[in-house]
Write a protein that binds this ligand. Structure first.
Ligand code: ADP
Ligand code: MG
Length: 567
């Protein structure tokens, strides 16, 4: 391996040459305590910055094995290291000068969730740390400013490494506390399963956020307090005894006046599929890992989805057992979202009336009298909720403010009152008796077998270069085909979108063969990522920074929104 001094000499040699001379720097260099690897060199100062990785042996980092001996602790440790590095690197970014992206030093900016990211990866046996980032190689115009890059590699980076990538860079109590929180969060997940719960919200949690643009906890918010009747007590390995609201499997209805905190509660549950950082306010809000937000999504494309559970006999004669559209309506999109959600293995649907198609959710008595069932293609969700729960083990948590009909179907009814939940099941059911609904049964539905075969939309030539461009958390494009993920609400950051782009590309090239079903493809991808991590989907090239592991549910959701795929 080359030595750090070799890099210094090379930099001297190429100083003031034309930009492409930077290409010679690619390779690995032994620095004191770590290996610096220049994985990819940008073509000009305005292009996407160069890809750098830093490899430090477990011995050198010094992290105790007990900080990363389970998957969740490892992810929590990686997350904390990355956050520290971010704070360091922020001070140095653009301190080296030049045109375009010269001097940029960047890693992913973490939000409130603790996620597996390519930026920082710890090898589970050896503890070796692999850190990835981007650096804008400095130039004025297209003339190399090698001295500026020398500052980055020889002054700034070593400082960042020392101050954030080593066990000694932080008070050891803090590392320990971080690991303990992740143990406690995992313990809650395990308890949910044992106790037949789909969610737990600890007393004292802060659910609302600071503002529409800040995901930090709201200051002076009303703290969450479970109604006594729903309170469960868990015993966590480090926190000890913790009390909070347990939501049992089945149908849970959240009602209440406008502005009383219903959607805020639901949003906290949506994100409870992820663990949150200390101080977030939702550290102990944990939801079934497969929970899926369901909403209307007018305009999306739908391919070969059996929506006949909800929609039959469309006036245009379209087949709803194998439904296709390039432009779904509110109700057909929401129906497709439910069925596709079940295909992902989701056991908990989260629905907010605010973002639902009314005609998909409910039909009131008077409407049923006037417009008879045979003239109405939609069997509303309310008439399928019990079947989903009882036959298929798919629970629902539903936020509703405007219709009492749900009272008849819910197993548990919670009213949000000035941000405080009250359990009103008995009272609401009593009242509901005075407004009976017709007990006409809808015909039972036989769940589809989910054998949707995926065909690639085109031939993929071996080494063909493909451009993936991401638009933050909103979506990405592959060779100019846009994939719109704006309504996939549980995507929390751009890194997940990046990874989804790579997954689509990988599957296009290797798995969409006209024989495998969607479920088989996703299973294969997840196995690949389990064995090889995120680099498994990068096909031989280096693993870039800013890839974040998406959930199963979002992988399916993404594939379902690639318009070019044939299904
Ligand atoms: P709903 O869905 O019932 O109409 P929201 O959940 O949208 O109500 O909440 C309305 C407003 O109240 C939001 O601005 C939200 O930030 C705020 N809010 C929600 N929960 C709390 C709380 N626990 N303490 C203080 N403010 C809250
Ligand atoms: Mg609301």
């Amino acid at each position: 391996m080359k030595r750090a001094e070799d890099l210094r000499e090379l930099l001297k040699k190429i100083d003031h040459k034309s930009y492409p001379a930077y290409k010679d720097t690619a390779g690995k260099y032994q620095f004191p305590g770590y290996v610096l690897s220049i994985d990819h060199v940008q073509g000009d100062p305005f292009a996407a910055p160069s890809k750098i990785s830093i490899l430090i042996s477990g011995k050198e980092t010094g992290f105790l094995k007990e900080l990363f001996d389970t998957k969740w602790k490892r992810i929590a440790l990686q997350d904390m290291i990355l956050r520290q590095f971010y704070r360091q690197v922020e001070q140095y970014s653009f301190q080296a000068k030049g045109s375009g992206k010269s001097g940029l030093m960047s890693v992913s900016r973490c939000g409130q969730e603790i996620l597996e990211r390519s930026d920082c990866q710890i090898e589970k046996e050896s503890g070796d740390l692999h850190f990835r980032m981007e650096i804008g190689f400095p130039a004025s115009g297209r003339t190399i400013q090698a001295r500026e890059l020398e500052k980055i590699f020889f002054d700034f980076l070593p400082e960042c490494v020392k101050k954030s990538l080593l066990y000694s860079s932080l008070d050891k109590k803090k590392w320990k506390k971080n690991a303990e929180l992740s143990e406690d969060q995992q313990a809650i997940r395990n308890e949910l399963k044992k106790r037949n719960l789909v969610a737990f919200i600890a007393n004292g949690s802060i659910l609302p956020r600071e503002s529409g643009v800040s995901k930090r906890p709201m200051k002076n918010a009303v703290k969450f307090q479970s109604p006594i009747s729903m309170e469960v007590t868990l015993n966590l390995p480090f926190y000890g005894e913790i009390k909070g609201m347990g939501i049992t499997k089945g149908i849970t209805l959240i009602v209440g006046g406008g502005y009383h905190g219903k959607s805020t509660l639901l949003e906290a549950l949506e994100l409870g599929v992820y663990n949150h950082i200390e101080g977030d306010g939702r550290e102990y809000v944990i939801t079934d890992q497969t929970a899926l937000k369901i909403r209307a999504e007018d305009g999306r494309s739908v391919k070969n989805v059996d929506i006949s559970m909800f929609i039959n006999g469309l006036p245009n004669g379209k087949d709803t057992k194998s439904f296709y559209t390039e432009d779904a309506s509110g109700s057909t999109s929401q129906a497709a979202n439910v069925i596709e959600g079940i295909e992902t293995g989701s056991k908990l649907l989260l629905i907010d009336e605010d973002t639902s198609a009314t005609n998909f959710m409910i039909r009131d008595e008077l409407m049923q009298r006037v417009v008879k069932r045979d003239a109405e293609p939609i069997i509303p969700f309310i008439d399928r909720m019990e079947e989903l729960s009882e036959q298929y083990g798919v629970s629902t948590i539903l936020v509703a403010g405007s219709s009492g009909s749900y009272f008849h179907k819910a197993d548990c009814i919670v009213q949000m009152n000035h941000y405080r939940p009250e359990e009103i099941t008995t009272f609401a059911k009593e009242e509901a008796k005075k407004f009976p609904i017709s007990e006409k049964k809808v015909p039972a539905y036989q769940m589809t077998e989910f054998r949707r075969i995926v065909f690639s939309n085109r031939e993929w030539k071996g080494a063909e270069r493909v451009k993936i461009k991401t638009m933050g958390r909103d979506g990405f494009s592959i060779n100019r085909e846009n994939v719109d993920l704006r309504y996939v609400e549980q995507i929390v950051d751009g890194g997940q979108v990046n990874a989804l782009g790579y997954l689509v590309l990988y599957a296009q090239r290797n798995l969409f063969d006209g024989k495998r079903s969607m479920q088989e493809v996703v299973t294969r991808l997840e196995r690949l990522m389990k064995e090889k991590g995120l680099s498994g989907i990068c096909e031989g090239t280096y693993l870039p920074s800013n890839l974040t592991m998406p959930r199963t549910q979002e992988i399916f959701a993404c594939f379902n929104r690639v318009r070019g795929l044939k299904l």
